[in-house]
Design a protein. Sequence first.
Length: 254
Amino acid sequence: MMHWPAEAIWEALYPQLPDFTVEVLPQLDSTNSELMRRIRAGRLEPTLLVAEQQTAGRGRLGRGWQSQAGDSLTFSLTLPLAPRDWSGLSLAVGLSVADSLHPALQLKWPNDLWLQGRKLAGILIETAGMGEQRHVVVGIGINLAARPADGLSTAPAWLQELLPEVDAGQALLRIAAPLVQTLRAFERSGFAPFHAGFAQRDALRDTAVTLSNGTVGMARGVDVQGGLQVQTPAGLQLVTSAEVSVRPLAPPAE
Ligand code: BTN
């Protein structure tokens, strides 16, 4: 197994979440799938679950997330969460991760981290449970080291381009405690406190985009609930559905 600063992470989280568990496993199908199974089985304790390797990592929109042990950080965090409005959560999470890692990172609506137009990390948020007792599972995959671009339409980016010394454990140590704070702040106040920070890192702002429903327009930032505003020939459209994917019309300039 690799070296993980599990105790340091736990100590950083303990003040916010005294009943918290940090768990690192050498292999899992998917950290999101495992936490969702546990929640459905009634195992509800707040958990940060790391897999050194995932055999069936999942992305948004039914896509996969491929990674090899050592070249990525793949983890999920679960805790009970009861915000009044869930919209914008993936943006707040992305902002938290970017702020923890590097000023050069940008956010691509609704939940990717980009470096110079290339994807560096992805976020998959799921929820389980009913009514007041909803549990969120926030899954994050971050490329750390270079890897083959096979199957991907554009070459990925990786964190060691920016931070050559940072391994998976150190990246997680930087991310974990601020992420829990972000989730708590989101629970209290929703997306509004994150709106300005997102705008600063918005990778799509004022670029031409194509939506998966065929609409073409100019991305004009997000509204206070995290919806993407797209200027189209038919007027300003607000894109809120997570089922809509957005891509730049032209490959971004380097
Ligand atoms: C995306 O890019 O569409 C989201 C990718 C999310 C990947 C992470 S890796 C840890 C967690 N477990 C999964 O199966 N997926 C998320």
